[in-house]
Design a binder for this molecule. Structure first.
Ligand code: MG
Length: 378
């Protein structure tokens, strides 16, 4: 039995009928759509569970209330699904891409990513989107019939958000669009922006909670100040966390409705009627010009006040040091790698080390550092 098709899917939405399918053919799943099946495989993967202990800006032990990559991915899925429903796009596909989009991230957020990329610069570099694809295509070991999770083409396409031309050439069909300059599905485009909406807003929230940025500073950012004023008007008696939440909630609502309105106009203006049209049109899911400018202003503020804050910089510097020390130790002596990452040939050496390090959670990397470098470590 197949699940009945989702109601009201637009002609330009991805559906099971126009899907390019899986690398290894499988029988349809009982009672689930193919994209629900992808989502379920992602949720049951080891890499997904690790997201709980991986962070973006704040390192795990700094507090229990900060976002982790797991809660971030859930927020992206929630925002993405609302947008998909309104645009008559495939909600299940958006959910699957959202939950998988950060699977290949290193420990310690942006700092870890930069450090591993630098370590790998003479060995083809390290790209986290490509690593996410590697996790679902190769690294997960769960199924008897294939390596990885054998996900649908469209879920994999959404996961591979960016890719260098060099790497794209080696990827076959999934890398093709980076060489021919074509666009991915609207569901993939949408998830990309849902990611941006989620992290900008939760970084405001986490930034305030940590005390690294203040309400006074944020008032200089036009979108925040506008929604703060509106929230105060609507609820004159509230203050503190309630006021912050109301403001952020109102910002997210406005961003989502702006995105839906503008994307509907873009789709109509470009006379899109099927997936082929989507692939050759410019990016269609996007904000209005005004909102784009406001988002840039907010991003600039976060970059200068939060991501470059000296406390974040200190943590990042420690994180980079940890990653580089681990990488160097394993490169000098691959015998230090756990059995399952021991290399079969010198050709795999750096890829195996990168796979091992990228798979670590923040706390695992800290423990591994102690095990390797502290005299009393074991
Ligand atoms: Mg993300």
């Amino acid at each position: 039995m197949n699940t009945p098709p989702m109601a009201n899917l637009a002609n330009y939405a991805v559906s099971e009928n126009n899907s390019r399918g899986r690398i290894v053919k499988e029988m349809p799943s009982f009672g689930r759509s193919e994209f629900q099946r992808d989502r379920d495989r992602i949720i049951h993967s080891a890499a997904f569970r690790r997201l709980e202990y991986k962070t973006q800006v704040f390192v795990n032990h700094e507090g229990d209330l900060f976002r982790t990559r797991l809660t971030h991915s859930l927020e992206v899925a929630q925002i993405g699904r609302s947008i998909a429903r309104n645009l008559q796009l495939n909600e299940d596909l958006v959910e699957a891409i959202s939950l998988a989009h950060d699977l290949g991230h290193t420990p310690f957020g942006h700092a870890g990513q930069e450090a591993l990329n630098e370590c790998m610069k003479d060995h083809n570099g390290f790209e986290h989107n490509l690593q996410s694809l590697r996790v679902v295509d190769t690294l997960e070991e769960k199924y008897g019939g294939f390596n990885g999770l054998n996900l649908s083409f469209e879920t994999r396409e959404g996961i591979l958000k960016h890719c260098s031309k060099n790497n794209a050439k080696k990827l076959g069909d999934i890398g093709k669009r980076f060489l021919t300059n074509q666009r991915p599905s609207l569901e993939a485009q949408l998830t990309n922006i849902a990611d941006e909406i989620a992290y900008n807003n939760h970084d405001v929230d986490d930034g305030l909670r940590s005390g690294l940025i203040t309400l006074e500073e944020l008032k200089q950012v036009s979108i925040f100040s506008h929604h703060l004023t509106m929230s105060k008007k609507l609820y004159p008696r509230i203050s503190g966390r309630k006021l912050i939440h109301e403001t952020i909630r109102s910002m997210i609502n406005t961003l989502v409705s702006d995105l839906i309105k503008q994307s509907t106009i873009n789709i109509k203006d470009s006379q899109i009627s099927n997936l082929k049209d989507v692939s050759v049109a410019p990016t269609l899911i996007g904000f209005s010009e005004r909102t784009k400018k406001e988002q840039q202003e907010l991003k600039k503020f976060l970059r200068n006040k939060l991501y470059k804050h000296f406390k974040v910089a200190r943590m990042s510097s420690k994180a980079q040091h940890t990653i580089k020390m681990l990488f160097n130790a394993f490169s000098e002596n691959t015998q230090l790698l756990p059995k399952e990452y021991q290399i079969k040939s010198n050709k795999d050496k750096y890829q195996s080390i990168a796979d091992y390090i990228a798979g670590m959670t923040d706390r695992y990397a800290i423990r591994e550092y102690k095990r390797l470098f502290a005299v009393e470590g074991n």
